[in-house]
Design a protein around this ligand. Structure first.
Ligand code: GTP
Length: 340
């Protein structure tokens, strides 16, 4: 599992933790992936780390409490998505192995992927997920036998063929060990941009289209939407679904109003008359009386004083303070430890 990126798009929340340790409802994001792997019988996991590996080690240790055997490798410098796989080569057995980006929330049928990989005889199989608009992604085109024809990065309207399915790389792969030999040692290398196009050129890269639930949590908007999906029960997880989530130790005043997609972290406090609309409130944060938090993300140890209003898409870094009656506009960011 690739868990070493800096997560720049999720700053300032990733100033203080690596993206895989961002909480999703009641557990670190990557714990949802371990749950998925365990459900599908995967018991041996390697975290390929880079940015802030200590937080992952401190939480997951040897994996026993997650029901897997967990080992770690750490990039000596950022190695990119292929380099990070190559760095784990010494721990990988001589059989096909699964690679997952550490920021994908999915319900993928891993057994189905394994069967497909064996049946096609591919050297590498990339899971593909459908999108309505591929312009922000890399479109993957397949031949009739599902071998990859080409990758079209961020296609413009005129690059699209009439009626073709829009499928993108879902950040999940099944690779034969031979792929490791195609990853250059000692320099950063991208699997998407270097290794896969070369494998496609040799006709040994196949696609595995999947309609399973899939979401990349790499931006604030998608991270928030992932909470909503879990709370709605849009995919199978071990987290509680079916309404607002209030973590153990949190104190929500009975006169506060939470909608069904609100999420309140451990030991947070929410005052009377506060309104929490489909937002995320981090651990130990304090929301004052009458404050309104609308579809925003509030980090840990934040203070939103009485009567403050936080607009849709706003992100408050850990330890941020919003004075009484202040307004944080839609889409605004308050830095870690900063004041609005
Ligand atoms: P942004 O900075 O917001 O683009 O996020 P990111 O750094 O996580 O990059 P991206 O979303 O492209 O990465 C996809 C996956 O690969 C994520 O799970 C990252 O943690 C992981 N990853 C990206 N680059 C590296 C790297 O150099 N080393 C390791 N070990 N993992 C990486």
């Amino acid at each position: 599992m690739l868990v070493g990126g800096e997560g720049r798009r999720l700053r300032p929340l990733t100033d203080t933790r690596p993206k895989p340790m961002m909480r999703l409802v009641d557990r670190p994001f990557v714990a949802h992936q371990l749950d998925l792997l365990r459900r599908h019988g995967v018991r041996d996991v390697i975290f390929s780390c880079g940015y802030r590996p200590d937080a992952l080690r401190a939480h997951f240790g040897d994996g026993a409490s997650s029901g897997v055997r967990l080992r770690y490798v750490v990039d000596p410098e950022p190695l990119g998505t292929a380099g990070a796989i190559g760095n784990a080569a010494g721990l990988i057995d001589d059989e096909p192995f699964l690679v997952l980006n550490g920021d994908i929330l999915t319900d993928l049928d891993i057994g189905g992927l394994r069967e497909d990989h064996a049946r096609s005889g591919a050297t590498a199989t990339v899971v593909l997920t459908p999108v309505e608009d591929p312009s922000a992604f890399g479109l993957v085109r397949l031949h009739d036998d599902r071998s990859v024809e080409e990758f079209v990065e961020k296609p413009a309207q005129e690059d699209l063929r009439p009626g073709e399915p829009f499928r993108i790389n879902a950040g999940t792969y099944l690779l034969d060990p031979g792929v490791l030999e195609r990853i250059p040692a000692g320099r950063a290398c991208s699997i998407e941009r270097e290794v896969f196009p070369a494998l496609a050129g040799d006709g040994v890269l196949y696609g595995h289209p999947s309609d399973a639930y899939w979401r990349d949590i790499g931006t604030p908007a998608s991270y928030l939407a992932a909470h909503h999906d879990v709370l709605r029960g849009a995919l199978r997880t071990e987290s509680p679904a079916g309404g607002a989530y209030v973590a153990p130790g949190a104190a929500v005043d009975p006169a506060a109003e939470l909608d069904a997609l609100a999420c309140v972290g451990r030991d947070a406090r929410v005052g009377p008359g506060a309104r929490l609309v489909s937002c995320v409130v981090g651990e130990r944060s304090v929301v004052g009386a009458g404050a309104v938090l609308d579809r925003c993300i509030v980090g840990d140890d934040v203070t939103v004083a009485d009567g403050a209003r936080i607009g849709p898409g706003a992100v408050l870094g850990d330890g941020a303070r919003v004075p009484g009656g202040a307004v944080v506009e839609a889409g605004a960011t308050v830095p870690t430890g900063g004041s609005a």
